[in-house]
Ligand binder design. Structure first.
Ligand SMILES: Cc1cc2nc3c(=O)[nH]c(=O)nc-3n(C[C@H](O)[C@H](O)[C@H](O)COP(=O)(O)OP(=O)(O)OC[C@H]3O[C@@H](n4cnc5c(N)ncnc54)[C@H](O)[C@@H]3O)c2cc1C
Length: 457
């Protein structure tokens, strides 16, 4: 287990977090809890989220609790209770009936407004730990003790806070600049040939097309080449329509969004059951179309080198279809804080004293290091980040593929399943359970064991 915070000590590490989205902010709050110094550098002028609803699965909730129970509480403060604790799928094209339902746990996988969640998290962040309007341009890691951040406005990190940064974590999203710097520009997200429309519909309006029961909990409508999902978010129904698109994505400036209009969705759902068509009618005509990009075709070959790492969408951007991208960013954050806390502890004066008194190991097993030459500060950091990348790589890369497959299943394009509800139930359950039933505490334990093996203690 992670140790309680020690707010009296001064941190021996400084973590520069590039990007104040869900991954960056949850990482920051986990570090704050453990008394490790950090600064968030955010390109925008504030901590804010665009988009409609978001939901967090059980693994994500466990990661939030382990980062800091206050962070988990922040989510629960804004989460909407489930009408029923099931995720249900409807054959939106054929029968219009429920074909499968999956228990999500008691009040599990609740939805909330993205903006409300991030605002709640931001309340926990000390203002002095955030720099806004700071867009990262380059990072120079001298391989020893210093990592220097340069920003587009010409400033450097050292001039801002008067000390060198020893670790930089890129949490700067799907079009990550830190990823470009770390692994090169060849590893960018590409179009999955699916786009979506999304919006929050006032409940009273939603009831015109959706029963009160269906609006009270999580439903998905499956069918050929499209699917939709609805769940409640406060006084609104969160609506997401996802449409297959054989064409290449073309938007001015390489953007991932473009003006709709909704016609493409109307056409995609036109032969569907009235209940599924009604969902389309809920959204206004003038909408932004969001292209779904992911990193399946050009995966980042690694997530860390030296004192620089990437996390969340910056490392492993995936489609939204399994509702797990942000949750995996929180898992990354937990792995990072567990490892950086271990580095911080080894750098503490108490650790050095214990080592002098008990060269073969302290009374708590935290004392000696078997190798004659103690690891330097930068070696400790490098090995911790290497352990981070090893514990996170396989699972996060798996999610990208599983998400693609799931979206194909929802749209009857996945050959092993077709539109067979029994096979669908088996296949989708397997994927969700792999996401939801992950032991985040075991992840931290394994990462720490790996780290200690690397430093020979
Ligand atoms: C429609 C949809 C529905 C989804 N639903 C769910 C769900 O229900 N559950 C779930 O777990 N996940 C869901 N996801 C995925 C989830 O939204 C993302 O995985 C998550 O938001 C990624 O967070 P992040 O902090 O890693 O990146 P981002 O949210 O992209 O944040 C990156 C931050 O970095 C900043 N930044 C970017 N570049 C720079 C720079 N050069 N310098 C400084 N700052 C920079 C940005 O301004 C931004 O604040 C969904 C995604 C979509 C599209």
């Amino acid at each position: 287990m992670l140790s309680p915070p020690d707010s009296t000590r001064s941190s021996r590490l400084h973590v520069a977090i590039v990007g104040g989205g869900i991954t960056g902010v949850t990482l920051a709050l986990g570090l704050l809890k453990r008394g490790i110094d950090f600064t968030i550098y955010e390109r925008a002028s504030g901590i804010k989220e665009i988009g409609a609803g978001v939901g967090f699965s059980p693994n994500a909730e466990e990661a939030l609790k382990a980062l800091d129970p206050r962070v988990h509480q922040a989510y629960k403060n804004v989460a909407t209770p489930n009408g029923e604790d099931y995720f249900q799928w409807i054959d939106g094209y054929g029968s219009g009936e429920v074909i499968y339902k999956l228990y999500v746990g008691e009040q599990g996988f609740q939805g909330c407004r993205r903006s409300a969640f991030i605002e709640e998290l931001a309340k926990l962040l000390p203002a002095e730990n955030i720099r806004f309007s700071k867009e990262i341009d380059s990072i120079v890691d001298d391989g020893e003790s210093k990592v220097e951040l340069k920003f587009k406005d010409g400033t450097r990190e050292t001039t801002d806070i008067g000390k060198s940064t020893r670790i930089a974590i890129g949490c700067d999203g799907i079009r990550s600049r830190v990823r470009d710097i770390l692994v090169g520009k060849d590893y960018a997200a590409s179009y999955t040939h699916k786009f979506c429309f999304r919006g929050l519909v006032p409940m009273e309006k939603a009831y015109e097309h959706v029963s009160r029961y269906r609006a009270s909990t999580r439903f998905m409508y499956n069918g050929p080449n499209a699917h939709s999902i609805t769940y409640p978010v406060g006084e609104f129904l969160n609506v997401l329509l996802v449409v297959s698109d054989p064409e290449p994505w073309q938007a001015p400036g390489g953007k991932h969004t473009a003006f709709g209009p909704k016609d493409a969705a109307v056409k995609a759902f036109e032969d569907w059951q009235p209940s599924a068509r009604g969902i389309v009618d809920l959204l206004p005509n003038d909408l932004d179309k969001w292209a779904v990009f992911d990193m399946l075709e050009h995966p980042a070959p690694y997530y860390a080198r030296g004192s620089v790492a990437i996390a969340g969408d910056a490392a492993h951007a995936t489609g939204p279809h399994l509702g797990a991208g942000a949750g995996f960013g929180m898992e990354d954050a937990l792995a990072l804080v567990g490892l950086l806390e271990a580095v911080d502890r080894r750098l503490s004066p108490t650790f050095a004293t214990t080592k002098a008194l008990f060269p073969d190991g302290g009374p708590n097993g935290g004392g000696g290091q078997s190798s004659s030459k103690p690891a330097t500060k930068s070696e400790l950091v490098h090995k911790a980040l290497a352990a981070y990348q090893d514990i996170r790589y396989e699972r996060t890369q798996w999610l990208i593929k599983a998400t693609r497959e799931a979206s194909e299943m929802f749209q009857w394009q996945y050959e092993p399943v077709g539109n067979d509800p029994v096979k669908f139930g088996e296949e989708i359950t397997r994927r969700f359970y792999q996401i939801w039933n992950y032991d985040v505490h075991g992840m931290v334990r394994d990462a720490l064991e790996d780290f200690h093996g690397r430093i020979g203690s």
